[in-house]
Design a protein around this ligand. Structure first.
Ligand SMILES: [Zn+2]
Ligand SMILES: [Zn+2]
Length: 478
């Protein structure tokens, strides 16, 4: 059985909840859907709402609600630009199933939705006082529906889960070993937050110095599963900053060494290793199933692609980088940065958060630069770089724990921290960069990637990194 998950960015969820809160009369709201088909689950991503106002209803009472034709047409027009529709209404009477009127209406709506979005889905949700009942159908399943098992809300501060009354999955309880292991942490960290971590699969894109360092700190938290993506092998010259390296490991795949180390910590940890480079097909397929992503590559091209991917599939993304700049045998800069991209509310993508798109360079360009003596990345840096890697990893781990647990009780989770090892300063740059409202990655409009999932609307193509770089910098040469 594949689990069906309906995913909402928290701002859209709250907006909808407020809209359908009327007492004593039925209410109605709609969500536009992107889909993410994975091996063991289907995710339905809500990327926009349609909230009909009073004069759009042809009928509205305690026992029924329907829309005027004009509004139905406006909704279907948007369905054409998406992969389906979520139809949400309330039963203030407390009626605890879809009524015969609902069933009849949804059969008609099914045909409309599949006419406008043939590969799409129709989701129907009814809020019965405080419970939800939710179902999904597509062209193959129709006229039958399958249960939506979980409604997952991606917040500015962590994940929230709602289990509809018709869900086929049981709310997981954290086992006693994990509770015992985290006994002291749970004195300041909520069990719900630990439980959200336990439900989450984490994907690590790039397992070099920073990637290995963050695995070394994040392994202390009980993620459901790990997906490690990297094609590289470990070599003597980078073994001095690779957490997990042991004598004799030179020549082995980095991901295999890290899997071994995770299993040394706990043999029960589930780890999938992908010996390839993101964003190739095999890595994308494996990462689509993750709930949280970490990217720590050696070039900005992969950062850019990860940012697009994470917004497209509504996954929070942590980005780490560290480096040393040298001139005439002297260090001119040494430090690291961590950025956090949250697909909710005013969350910025890392391009809006200061990623230098003029330096969207591939591994080949980096190689060329190294050959002519231009050194900014960790591969050619002095060995002390392990210090900046572990600081980046600690900062990133903190951001992730704070995101899940909100244990520092800040107004918002930091989204850009910069550590300067030369001047020994840590700066919070979270509010320095402003979100571009028409950003093709994080902008909240129909022609952005936000929440679009597997099937992009016909007029929305993903720009390849090089093209995007040209667009963003007006064709200026690198
Ligand atoms: Zn109803
Ligand atoms: Zn953006």
């Amino acid at each position: 059985m594949k689990t069906n998950i309906l995913v909402y960015p928290e701002d859209l969820w709250l907006e909808q909840e407020q809209h359908i809160a009327a007492v004593g009369i039925e209410s109605m709201a709609f969500g536009f859907i992107g889909i993410n088909i994975c091996n063991d689950k289907n995710e339905y991503l809500v990327f926009d709402n349609y909230l009909p106002v009073d004069d759009e209803f042809s009928k509205r009472s305690i026992a029924g609600i329907s829309l005027k034709v004009d509004s139905v047409c406006a909704i279907l027009k948007k369905v054409k630009q998406s992969s389906g529709l979520a139809d949400v209404h309330t039963h203030p009477s407390g009626l605890s199933h879809f009524s015969s009127v609902d069933n009849c209406g949804h059969q008609i709506q099914m045909q409309n939705v599949f006419d406008f979005s043939p590969d799409g889905v129709l989701i129907r949700v009814v809020k019965e006082r405080n419970n939800f009942r939710a179902e999904v159908t597509n062209k193959e399943l129709q006229p039958e529906f399958e249960p939506i098992d979980i409604i997952k809300i991606i917040g500015d501060k962590g994940f929230h889960f709602i289990y509809p009354v018709n869900s086929r999955v049981k709310k997981e309880v954290i086992n006693s070993n994990i509770l015992e292991q985290h006994k002291r942490t749970l004195e300041f960290y909520k069990q719900d937050a630990l439980s959200a971590i336990r439900k989450s699969t984490i994907g690590i894109i790039g397992t070099g110095g920073n990637g290995a360092a963050i695995i070394n700190t994040l392994k202390f938290f009980p993620f459901k599963k790990w997906v490690l993506v990297d094609r590289d092998i470990i070599e003597e010259h980078n073994s001095n900053r690779f957490f997990g390296y042991n004598y004799g490991d030179a020549g082995k795949q980095k991901v295999d060494i890290l899997k071994r180390e995770l299993h040394r910590f706990d043999p029960a940890i589930e780890v999938e290793t992908i010996n390839s480079n993101f964003p190739d097909e095999i890595s994308v397929k494996a990462l689509k199933g993750c709930d949280i992503l970490v990217v720590s590559p050696d070039n900005n091209l992969v950062r850019y692609a990860a940012s697009q991917f994470a917004m497209r599939y509504l996954k929070p993304l942590l980005e780490l980088g560290s480096g040393i700049t040298m001139k005439n045998d002297h260090i001119t800069a040494i430090g690291s940065q961590v950025r956090f991209q949250i697909p909710s509310g005013n969350g910025k993508c890392i391009v809006c958060n200061g990623l230098d798109v003029k330096r969207l360079e591939s591994e080949e360009i980096n190689e060329y630069k190294r050959n002519i003596g231009y050194i900014t990345d960790t591969d050619e840096s002095p060995g002390s770089v392990v210090t900046i890697n572990s600081i980046a990893a600690s900062l990133a781990t903190h951001i992730l724990l704070d995101y899940f647990g909100n244990y520092i009780q800040r107004d918002s989770i930091p989204t850009y921290l910069s550590y300067d090892e030369k001047n020994l300063t840590l700066t919070d740059l979270s509010s320095v960069f402003k979100k571009n409202p028409v950003c093709t990655i994080c902008g909240r409009y129909s022609d952005s990637l936000f929440g679009k999932g597997d099937i992009l609307p016909p007029n929305l193509e993903v720009l390849e990194c090089e093209e995007a770089s040209e667009n963003l910098i007006g064709g200026e040469q690198l």
